[in-house]
Design a protein around this ligand. Structure first.
Ligand code: KIV
Ligand code: ZN
Length: 385
């Protein structure tokens, strides 16, 4: 199976989530955990943005081994100098330089012509290449760019020495068929593309970041840029855990692997949530509190008989010890009996019926029934304990 490289940008694009700011110590702690998780590249920050971001990149480059450490730079010499200064002590440093390619960005933001952008892309990559052999080039707003111009810019970047070309859906506007098609067009029409890794970087403004990332992989992308818990600018970036577990759960379809130690996923999600102060929504795929919880009686009965009836992933694979059966008004006798057994009660059929009836009455008054509620209920019913 071919390998898909996981480029984690939690500490750069993820940190661009409104209200999030990590200090140097927190960033180093997060980077160590990302290395443990097995990501291939850590984008540590944007060194020219602030002295704090510069220091964080430098400390990560010094402290975290066994993974490529990357720093972002606009297509400007001063940015590239600063990025290199920050990461030069890394075991495997990468400079990531970018410039926008869409007409809307050229006209209103950059105030540059297409020819000037071509020139800037070429010069930035060549300049970064003087520092390190590993240079990534991104065409910002690629998905809203004229594909012919985009391919020309990518070809210039490759000719200047880029080893990875990244295709961002910067504003999360693409839909999967279209984004997959764009990657295919780039593969077919860009001279030199076979020498480099094609990367994708999808934002989640329409809730399609993961779907677009998977479409890119189907069409030949072999690096994906993702963040833990999907944090990032506005609605965030493609979630690392969702992309990785989709590739894992549907490996027969995708025929690719990653280097991720999946059993570290849950711990990593918790750490990033606590460092950033961004809670994970309960129904979030893979790492949400309810991702492996079952409330309805039919589902609980199925899972108790055979887990795979209602679970596509064994929670242990992502580091969650086991699924959770939530006792509430939709729960059935099977789950109720099993939970009581786990709490040490073997009830007769008659006792169980009576206790179950009381339990259902309680459920109409209380949403989620805890073990303490169950203990009180059984104590009242049968006088045990
Ligand atoms: O979303 C984007 O276009 C980016 C680039 C800098 C890669 O974050
Ligand atoms: Zn981005």
């Amino acid at each position: 199976m071919e390998r898909v490289y996981i480029f984690d940008t939690t500490l750069r694009d993820g940190e661009q989530s409104p209200g999030v700011s990590l200090n140097v110590k927190e960033k180093v702690e997060a980077a160590r955990q990302l290395a443990r998780l097995g990501v291939d590249v850590i984008e540590a920050g944007f060194p020219v943005a602030s002295p704090g971001d510069f220091s964080a990149c430098r400390e990560i480059a010094r402290a975290v081994r066994g993974v490529t450490i990357c720093a972002l730079a606009r297509a400007r010499q001063a940015d590239i100098d600063r990025a290199w200064e920050a990461i030069k002590e890394a075991e495997a440093p990468r400079i990531h330089t970018f410039i926008a390619t869409s007409d809307i960005h050229l006209r209103y933001k950059l105030r540059m012509t297409r020819e000037q952008v071509l020139e800037a892309a070429r010069e930035a990559v060549a300049y970064a290449k003087r520092y390190t052999s590993d240079v990534e080039f991104s065409a910002e707003d690629a998905s809203r760019s004229d594909p012919d111009f985009l391919c020309r810019v990518l070809a210039e970047a490759i000719a200047a020495g880029a080893t990875v070309v990244n295709i961002p859906d910067t504003v999360g506007y693409a839909v999967p068929e279209e984004f997959g098609e764009l990657i295919r067009t780039i593969r077919e029409k860009t001279p030199g593309i076979e020498k480099v890794v094609i990367s994708c970087h999808c934002h989640n403004d329409l809730g399609l970041a993961v779907a677009n990332t998977l479409a890119a992989i189907r069409n030949g992308a072999r690096q994906v840029e993702v963040t833990v818990n999907g944090i990032g600018e506005r609605a965030g970036n493609a979630a690392l855990e969702e992309v990785v577990m989709a590739l894992y759960a549907r490996r027969a379809l995708y025929q690719v692997t990653t280097g991720i130690r999946t059993e570290e996923i849950y711990r990593t999600s918790k750490l990033i949530s606590s460092l950033t102060g961004m809670p994970v929504q309960p129904n979030k795929a893979i790492v949400g509190k309810n991702a492996f919880a079952h409330e309805s009686g039919i589902h609980q009965d199925g899972v108790l008989k055979e887990r795979t009836t209602y679970e596509i992933i064994d929670p242990a694979v992502i580091g969650v010890p086991r699924s959770r059966l939530v006792l509430g008004k939709h729960s059935g006798r099977h789950a109720f009996r099993v939970r009581l057994q786990e709490l040490g009660y073997e009830l007769s059929e008659e006792e169980l019926n009576a206790a179950f009836q009381r339990f259902k009455e309680l459920c109409d008054r209380k949403k989620e029934i805890t073990d303490d509620d169950l203990l009180a209920l059984v104590e009242e019913e049968i006088g045990q304990v």
